[in-house]
Design a protein. Structure first.
Length: 231
């Protein structure tokens, strides 16, 4: 059994646990199981998460193992531990808000075509993230220098265009999720998460310039952080 195959049981357990948390948040807040948009949201995340993770198990099991680790790790910046724990709570609250808005209170009314568009944004986001994984074997979920795997600066693939392609490709999800669930109010939460991710990117850059050889030169060559020509 290869190293990637050994990770699959733990991977399945983590995906099931994630979906269970999502289900508690959205159907609990919705007050009913009878919500097609909620089921569509869960199915979409189950499919994209499993496809990307199984693909990563085949091409880069080391990165998959790193991404399956705890969000609190040795060598991680203390402020990033606080950020990630806050993001977990904030994301759960965001799901509750969208379900409460779209299903329980029926404040928002989003047409079907917009919900489908939201689903396409989520799928496109995962394709972009897969490109990042294929390019950067150090794309860990926590902010630290991976000295054990001899981390180096990555300058190819999407990193030739922006410094933080992982964040850039994640941004469409903050629009896609509210659209799929049918919540206009959820877009306000998406803005808040985008601002939080932007703050994290600035902190990550500060750390990389100070601790990763060659990153400062790379940052001078690649001007843009998220979107070429914008920021």
């Amino acid at each position: 059994m290869g190293p990637g195959a050994k990770l699959i049981p733990k991977l399945l357990l983590q995906v099931v646990a994630m979906l269970a948390v999502f289900a508690v948040a959205i159907f609990g807040a919705a007050g009913t199981w009878d919500w097609p948009s909620g089921w569509a949201f869960l199915a979409l995340f189950a499919a994209t998460s499993m496809v990307i993770s199984l693909w990563l198990a085949a091409i880069d099991p080391g990165l998959l193992a790193e991404r399956m680790r705890s969000p609190v790790q040795r060598g991680q910046k203390p402020w990033d531990r606080v950020f990630l724990l806050g993001m977990v709570v904030g994301y759960f609250a965001w799901l509750v808000l969208m379900a409460w808005d779209a299903r329980r209170m029926s404040w928002s009314h989003i047409p079907l075509w917009a919900q489908v568009f939201g689903g396409l944004l989520i799928v496109a986001s995962y394709f972009g993230i897969a490109w990042v994984f294929r390019t950067n074997s150090f794309a860990a979920p926590v902010i630290k220098i991976d000295a054990e795997r001899k981390q180096t600066v990555v300058t190819t693939g999407p990193y030739a265009f922006v410094r933080h392609p992982m964040y850039a490709f994640a941004l469409p999800q903050f629009i896609g999720c509210p659209l799929v669930l049918g919540s206009w109010w959820g877009l306000t939460g998406g803005v808040a998460i985008t601002l939080a991710v932007t703050w994290r990117a600035l902190g990550e850059e500060k750390m990389l310039k100070a601790e990763l050889a060659g990153y400062e030169d790379y940052a001078r060559r690649v001007r843009w952080r998220f979107l070429p020509g914008v920021w």
